[in-house]
Design a protein around this ligand. Structure first.
Ligand code: SAM
Length: 226
């Protein structure tokens, strides 16, 4: 249950400095960068750990609703930072996790057009028909995702549940602000291969030799109001 969760009144009310202390300007105390990549329902954080060195100039945020899982990811990131303290290569300062219900108040966390990438990796399938409204991809939520994503930004989805794959593709394709990217695009995009292999759920599916269904979508420009 998420009734004890707190939400910032607005993105500016968030204490981003606490999550990314290396990105605070010493003179002004202000953040030098904003989060641009979000991993929705990040689970144990494997995706962020692999994305981190690939996108050293981006701030990456995992959102996870389960307390214990969030705590685990926090500890994991602290350990990664400590183990790479003196590293001139990479020290994982650009990733962190927030306990949050990503299906609620996302625009309280991110400004309009702030994100360049959003990941939905192996979301909970909610198999039963009457539970479908609990799925993380719905028409209403897609409009929120479109709001926080910049034009040209990307939504990544992957699942081992074929029915959920078709559901996500249907809803994203039908939405006026998203357009599916083709297989050729997927083949050249480094995030697609990271997403296939980095997450804990993806590894589990690999061990069971299950299928992985990928679909990626581009955020289209909002229609001009005249
Ligand atoms: N993405 C991870 C991976 O691929 O290994 C985790 C996949 S797991 C099947 C789905 C995760 O989404 C769970 O950790 C669950 O707690 C989280 N989750 C479900 N609903 C959520 C919500 N509304 N907001 C944030 N996280 C959520």
């Amino acid at each position: 249950s998420d009734h004890q969760l707190e939400y910032p009144e607005s993105p500016d009310a968030m204490d981003w400095a606490e999550l990314y202390p290396a990105y605070v300007d010493g003179a002004t105390g202000k953040m030098t960068q904003e989060v641009t990549i979000a991993d929705i329902g990040c689970g144990f954080g494997g995706l962020m750990v692999d994305l981190s060195p690939e996108f050293p100039k981006d701030l990456i945020l995992g959102m996870e609703i389960r307390v214990q899982v969030t705590n685990y990811v926090e500890d994991r990131i602290i350990a990664l930072r400590n183990n790479n303290l003196g590293s001139t290569e990479h020290n994982y300062q650009n990733i962190n996790v927030l306990r949050a219900n990503a299906m609620k108040f996302l625009p309280n966390f991110f400004k309009r057009g702030q994100l360049s990438k959003m990941f939905f990796c192996f979301p909970d399938p909610h198999f039963k028909q009457r539970k479908h409204k609990a799925r993380i991809i719905t028409n209403t939520l897609l409009s929120e995702y479109a709001y926080v994503l910049r034009e040209g930004g990307t939504v990544y989805t992957i699942t081992d549940v074929e029915d959920l794959h078709h559901w996500m593709v249907k809803h994203l394709t039908e939405h006026p602000l998203f357009e599916r990217l083709d297989g050729e695009w997927e083949a050249q995009d480094k995030c697609v291969s990271i997403m296939r292999n980095a997450t804990e759920e993806g590894k589990k599916v690999e061990r069971k030799r299950g299928d992985k269904f990928v679909a990626c979508f581009k955020r289209l420009p909002s229609p001009q109001l005249s």
